[in-house]
Design a protein around this ligand. Structure first.
Ligand code: HEM
Length: 460
């Protein structure tokens, strides 16, 4: 139980002291991904509060500044922070190579944290200097991220997941540069920004950056979490990665330049990529040897949001030229459903990934047994009933927000916001309460009056 070394601190080899056997040497200290994931939960609370706050302005005009502020609490403070946490962890796991530097990772965290909060605050409260600062922090965060990840991502022959992370880095660069240009424009209104140009940023950020990261990393995580090992190379995964990224890039280019052919060609390729992602999920589900569990429910529901997004985007795009208001409302709802795809997947995977990371942290502090006295299991580290409740709040929250924006109905937007805020609070509390309790008990050497754990899950 005791720990003579300071667990979690770095050794000269880039590894960290106290790292338990079985955790690959390239993996960064737990504090790196955990800081991003905790920030994502707090960002989700802010996102929910912001939507409830701006419900009327957002219902009247989804392109208004209050709505743009709420959007960025969602896409930056919640989604980007969560996906960046996963990227720092899995770039090292997938490639088997460490990040260039843990210090760089911490600086990246601070830069993106500042960017993701200052941008919506600056836009929401009309503080141009604060908005400008956010653009600076985002550019800094991008540089640090690219410099740090270039080391592990230069590895050869690791397949679709590494390709996806490389493409995601390009997507991050495109999104951030476009964002910094938009921020620059807000200093002096130099050019007219159409709703189409705004949409281009949404497509780049959601699909060419965050989405392609999830699609690639899922190729690594699904076989593990579902015990679904497929013989040979899984080509559909590669198609999903490339077509999603290329489709998003062409669609965004078409939207930004107002080129209809590029818009439809890009949308078609994006549809193929996302379709391949769904086919890949179907193949994993069919080959899985683990019984259906909450993780599967999260992942399947996440996929369903993609179908909802397509079902809203198509009529939205067709209606836009003739019935502008209805078209904008439907497209806004489609963007929420697309963000919902990633949010539902993130919340679901975090209940698998974070206990694993926390487990290695607890082991590095010398903890060997769980509350029942048996060997410490991942399943001991959170309450499964609360996790199920979180599934309910996040799913209903996305649904209400989608309906509220689609029908321009403020009460539904407010309910969606409240449920998303509740989700952020539930995830943060549920995934940290038991580990903190175990740590405190380990430090003081007291018995552990933790409620009886649910039966340990078999985790590979
Ligand atoms: C994953 C990343 C991102 C996504 C998905 C995203 C998405 C969006 C969307 C959907 C809009 C339109 C919102 C609406 O009309 O209601 C928008 C606008 C905007 N975004 Fe982002 N964004 C991302 C990152 C960034 C970054 C990094 C910055 C700046 C550093 C930024 C700055 C802006 C600005 C200033 C606008 C408003 C443009 C205007 O004046 O109309 N975004 N973004």
């Amino acid at each position: 139980m005791s720990s003579e070394k300071r667990p979690g601190t770095m050794t000269t080899s880039g590894s960290w002291s106290g790292r338990p056997a079985g955790v690959p040497g390239a993996v960064p200290p737990p504090s790196v991904p955990l800081s991003f994931l905790m920030a994502a939960s707090v960002g989700l609370i802010a996102c929910g509060v912001a939507w409830a706050w701006v419900r009327r302005a957002a219902a009247a005009n989804p392109n208004s500044d209050p709505a743009i502020a709420a959007v960025h609490f969602g896409v930056l403070a919640a989604l980007t922070m969560g996906i960046l946490g996963a990227t720092h962890q899995f770039a090292a796991v997938i490639t088997g190579r460490p990040l260039r530097s843990v210090l760089l990772a911490r600086a990246t965290f601070v830069a993106w944290l500042a960017a993701s909060w200052l941008l919506p605050i600056g836009i929401g409260f009309e503080q141009t200097a604060v908005t400008a600062a956010s653009g600076g922090f985002a550019l800094l965060g991008l540089l640090l991220l690219a410099w740090n990840l270039a080391a592990p991502l230069s590895v050869r022959g690791k397949g679709a997941p590494v390709t996806a992370l490389r493409l995601a880095l390009l997507g991050a660069a495109a999104t951030t540069l476009l964002g910094a240009t938009f921020v620059g424009d807000r200093q002096g209104n130099w050019f007219v920004l159409s709703a189409h140009a705004d949409l281009a940023m949404g497509v780049l950020g959601l699909f060419a950056w965050l989405g392609v990261t999830y699609i690639g990393v899922a190729q690594k995580l699904w076989p593990m979490f579902m015990l679904a090992h497929m013989a040979g190379r899984h080509r559909v995964g590669t198609v999903a990665v490339w077509a999603t990224w290329l489709g998003a890039a062409v669609l965004a280019g078409g939207l930004a330049h107002g080129t209809l052919v590029a818009e439809w060609a890009g949308a078609g390729a994006l549809g193929i990529g996302l379709g391949a992602h769904l086919v890949s999920l179907w193949a994993h589900l069919r080959h899985r040897r683990r019984k259906a569990d909450l993780h599967v429910l999260f992942v399947v529901t996440a996929a369903a949001w993609l179908v909802v997004a397509a079902g809203l985007a198509l009529p939205g795009a067709l209606l836009l030229p003739h019935h502008y208001r209805t078209g904008v409302a439907l497209v806004a709802a489609a963007m929420v459903a697309s963000g919902g795809w990633l949010l539902e997947a993130l919340v679901g995977h975090v209940h698998k990934v974070e206990p694993f990371i926390v487990w290695s942290l607890l082991r590095s502090h010398g903890l060997r047994s769980g509350p029942s006295g048996k060997p410490l299991m991942f399943a001991d580290l959170y309450h499964h009933g609360w996790a199920a409740a979180t599934y309910g709040t996040v799913t209903a929250g996305i649904g209400a927000l989608c309906a509220g924006l689609g029908a321009s109905w403020p009460p539904a937007i407010a309910v969606g916001g409240a449920l998303l805020a509740a989700t952020g609070a539930l995830v943060a509390a549920n995934l940290s309460a038991r580990p903190l309790h175990l740590l405190a008990a380990a430090r003081t050497g007291t018995d552990l009056p933790v409620p009886a754990p649910t039966p340990p899950a078999r985790v590979h």
